[in-house]
Design a protein around this ligand. Structure first.
Ligand SMILES: [Zn+2]
Length: 332
């Protein structure tokens, strides 16, 4: 194999730099619920099964194999390539891409994140605010509920208000409207006691541009507009990740679409994602255009019997080879 020249350090190269950023961590798999060993990959009927096959070791493998594909065809990349294969994406990225960003190590002209999008080009993703609303009531005998203040009753009203919430603002063309889901609910101490406390676990999804303070304020406004402004509660924030986006018309998004279409023979859709990826650190903190585009269906990610279609892996590999060959030359 021909040797690929080493970059001479940030800013020293004459070629543009393309970052390929992806995560190597996976979510846990409960082996008893799988029909095969999640950590022993199996090829069956054109599918590669295993934990992480779609999210996102398949994408990482395609990104690596694309280099070998280029070389076997007698070409070199037109750009410098920086592979950033990180940990901790599934837990929020603090020990992975965020750490790289804070160390000033995300430097380049564009970034490809080969997360599973079924090879669609994703240019925007929603952010999140997750945590618990801690509600305080006043205990009383369970036979006289109106003599106390039930934290469970108030918590139930807050849960209903959040599910029905319209957070306002215009609808995003790719991301729709912000949402809230109550995923957990705990409260009370005994059947015959008016509940003194309740915890409503919420998951608020945000549009790009919304910061932490604004996201919390929006949550408080929903509680107040449901007539619950006098309720004694606190918000315990457990996770926050801002949304991010780049222009769908950006030349890099256009280039990735052309490279994918050159392989699939069909128009490449442009999409938004309802959840966050590490692309947000590259876009928001790094100021670098980042396209999320990879093999596999997000419906498979985190699921039982996760798989990726081999045909998608092959198509992604060929498309990435075209991208490496054309990035920085002005034409694919
Ligand atoms: Zn992923």
């Amino acid at each position: 194999m021909a040797r690929i020249p080493r970059p001479k350090g940030p800013g020293a190269g004459v070629r543009p730099t393309l970052i390929v950023n992806g995560h190597t961590d996976v979510v846990p798999a409960v082996a008893e619920r799988w029909s095969r060993d999640p950590f022993h990959p199996a090829l069956v009927d054109g599918r590669l099964y295993g934990r992480g096959s779609a999210d996102m070791k398949g994408g990482l493998a395609a990104a690596i194999c694309a280099l070998a594909t280029l070389e076997s065809a007698g070409y070199e990349p037109a750009c410098d390539l920086v592979f950033q294969f990180v940990a901790d994406e599934e837990r929020g990225g603090a020990l992975g891409t965020r750490a790289l960003s804070e160390s000033g190590l995300i430097q380049g002209d564009a970034c490809l994140v080969p997360e599973p999008t079924s090879l669609a080009v994703c240019v925007a993703e929603r952010g999140l605010l997750q945590g618990e609303i801690l509600i305080k009531g006043r205990p009383a005998h369970g036979s006289r509920p109106r003599e106390g203040v039930s934290a469970v009753e108030l918590g139930a009203q807050i849960a209903l208000a959040l599910h029905a919430a319209d957070f306002g603002g215009p609808e995003h063309s790719l991301l729709g409207k912000p949402t809230a889901n109550v995923g957990t609910f705990h409260g009370g101490s005994a059947l015959n006691v008016v509940a003194e406390q309740a915890r409503v676990g919420f998951d608020r999804r945000l549009l790009p541009g919304m910061g932490l303070r604004e996201a919390i304020d929006g949550l408080r406004r929903q509680v107040e507009s449901a007539g619950l402004g006098t309720v004694d509660y606190e918000i315990d924030v457990q996770d926050f990740g801002e949304g991010s986006e780049m222009s769908a018309e950006h030349p890099f998004a256009e280039l990735v679409r052309r490279c994918i279409s050159a392989v699939t023979g069909t128009a490449t859709p442009t999409i938004g994602m309802t959840f966050t990826t590490d692309a947000r650190f590259v876009r928001n903190q790094g100021g670098i255009p980042a396209v999320v585009c990879g093999p596999g269906d997000i419906a498979q990610a985190h699921g039982i019997d996760e798989w990726v279609a081999v045909s998608q892996l092959v198509a992604a590999t060929a498309a990435y080879a075209g991208l490496y060959r054309s990035f920085g030359t002005g034409s694919p």
